[in-house]
Each structure stands twice: as structure tokens, then as C-alpha cells.
Design a protein around this ligand. Structure first.
Ligand code: ATP
Length: 267
């Protein structure tokens, strides 16, 4: 089991992330190069945002890209889930927040990743409202102490940006917001390519065409990953040495679309 606030350098590389090209460029700029060449930024007096919010539909690479950023920067990565913080630390949420930030400082450079930031919002009529309020207040104190958190970058993630506590969105907090969309048809091919790197793939499999096919319409990265795994499983069961185009079975996309027609088309 994972200890709260445990840090390590993730093994996700840029090449494991398909698409998301402009997002990657932003992060190169805002985080990776700042960690790698701090003197240059200092010399030019560049003072950029250190807090980010990734928002968009589930399974499209928010966690993945945050890990890749840490890996590329050679930084530690701490993964915190919003709801965990709430449930687990009722009554001592503030202390938990302080501990997490102090851990992040001691292992800087560090990416502090807050999943499901929307959970840190007081909902009307909720018993635990006061817990949330105190937790958010402590979070604001830590976020605002930017001088003390040198080398600590904050990345939040959410599927429901509209539910986030507005105070958290100000500059210096989760100040820079970046949209992580559902991949388009060409990006689906790029994601399949990234996912296929560690799989034995037959030369006749055209991942670009699969990505462009309507059968994968509205597929998220997570859906494409499931498709790739199903195909690998089938290949193994049928004792085929490599994943062939026809081994990919039907996988339901989150939107209810299915890859079946594509698969049939390949047979
Ligand atoms: P959630 O909002 O549900 O937390 P998320 O946006 O953080 O989702 P990830 O956890 O990053 O999504 O993605 C889930 C899995 O889907 C990844 O581990 C990876 O296998 C695959 N995946 C998603 N997006 C991509 C992508 N752009 N490139 C390669 N793989 C991807």
C-alpha cells in the first residue's frame, strides 16, 4: 500500500504520452526547464506561475502527463487524492496538508499532484463542511507561501472544474488552467502508438488507420489503452506471436461507442 505523501521519480516518459503536444510544450517551459536551468530564469528575472490545474474528461492523460513532467525534470512526484485527504484526516486535515507540503519541500525539486481537486469544495448541507473549510484554508496558506516552496510545483486535476473552490484558482495557487481534451482522430493514432511501444505488434497493424476509424470515435486514452490490452490478451490466448489487426476485440468506449465495426472491417 502507498503511504500518504510518498515521493519517487515516476518512470513515465514523454514518449509514453500520445498527443497533448501543446500541453507538453507549456510544461517544458513552465516546469521542466525551470528545474533544469534555474539560473537562466533567475538571471532574466522570469517569475512564472508554479501552480497548474489540468481539467477535462476522465482518462485523457492528466495523471500521465504530470508524471512525465516529473520524470523529464528529474523531480520527485507526490500523488495526493483530494477525497483521501478529506476522509482519512477528519479532524487533522490541516496537519496532513502541512505534512505533505513539508515533505514536498524536503524532496524538492518536486511535483505535488492533487487529483480530484473538486472534492475540496464545501457542498451545501454537508456535515463535513467544516473539515473542508479548514482544509482549504490550510491549503491556501501553504500555496501562498511560494517563497518557502521553491522547487515545489503544484499540479491539480479535475473532471469538474466548475465545482472547484474559487479561492483555489487565483494566481499563485492553481493559477494556470490547462484543458486536456478528448483526443481527435489523429491524436488517437499517436496515443495507440505510444501504448504499442511495449507490445509485440505485427507489421501489418496500421495504428493511424485504427485511430482514424469511426469505431474509435470519442475514445479516451484510457479506452484506447483497454483496446490495446484486449488485443494483446487475445493474441496471447490464440498463441499468435504478435498482435495482428484482427485480434483486437470489441471494446466499449466511455461514450458507448464500440470498436466492433472497425474490427470486423479488418477481418
Ligand atoms: P482521471 O480524470 O479519470 O483521473 P486522467 O486524465 O488522469 O483520468 P490518466 O490516469 O492519465 O487519465 O490515464 C489513464 C490511462 O489511459 C493511462 O495510464 C494510459 O494508459 C492511458 N492514456 C490516457 N491518455 C493517454 C495519452 N495521451 N497517451 C497515452 N496513454 C494515455
Amino acid at each position: 500500500t502507498r503511504r500518504e505523501g510518498f515521493s519517487s521519480i515516476p518512470n513515465v516518459k514523454w514518449e509514453d504520452v500520445g498527443g497533448l503536444v501543446s500541453l507538453r510544450r507549456e510544461f517544458e517551459h513552465y516546469i521542466v526547464e525551470r528545474i533544469k536551468y534555474p539560473d537562466e530564469y533567475e538571471e532574466f528575472g522570469v517569475d512564472l506561475e508554479t501552480g497548474f490545474l489540468l481539467y477535462g474528461p476522465p482518462g485523457c492523460g492528466k495523471t500521465l502527463i504530470a508524471k512525465a513532467v516529473a520524470n523529464e525534470a528529474g523531480a520527485n512526484f507526490i500523488h495526493i487524492k483530494g477525497p483521501e485527504l478529506l476522509n482519512k484526516y477528519v479532524g487533522e486535515s490541516e496537519r496532513a496538508v502541512r505534512t505533505i507540503f513539508s515533505r514536498a519541500r524536503t524532496c524538492s525539486p518536486c511535483i505535488l499532484f492533487f487529483d480530484k481537486v473538486d472534492a475540496l469544495t464545501k457542498k451545501r448541507g454537508e456535515d463535513v463542511g467544516w473539515v473542508v473549510e479548514r482544509l482549504v484554508n490550510q491549503l491556501l496558506i501553504e500555496l501562498d507561501g511560494a517563497d518557502q516552496r521553491k522547487g515545489v510545483y503544484i499540479i491539480g486535476a479535475t473532471n469538474r472544474p466548475e465545482e472547484i473552490n474559487q479561492a483555489l484558482l487565483r494566481p499563485g495557487r492553481f493559477g494556470k488552467r490547462l484543458y486536456v481534451p478528448l483526443p481527435n482522430q489523429d491524436e488517437r493514432g499517436l496515443i495507440l502508438n505510444a501504448l504499442a511501444k511495449k507490445k509485440p505488434l505485427d507489421v501489418d497493424v496500421d495504428l493511424v488507420a485504427i485511430g482514424q476509424s469511426n469505431a474509435c470515435a470519442n475514445f479516451s486514452g484510457a479506452d484506447l489503452s483497454a483496446l490495446m490490452n484486449e488485443a494483446a490478451m487475445t493474441a496471447r490466448e490464440e498463441r499468435i506471436a504478435k498482435i495482428k489487426a484482427a485480434t483486437a476485440p470489441a471494446v466499449e468506449g466511455t461514450s458507448g461507442s464500440s470498436s466492433q465495426s472497425f474490427i470486423d472491417g479488418m477481418r
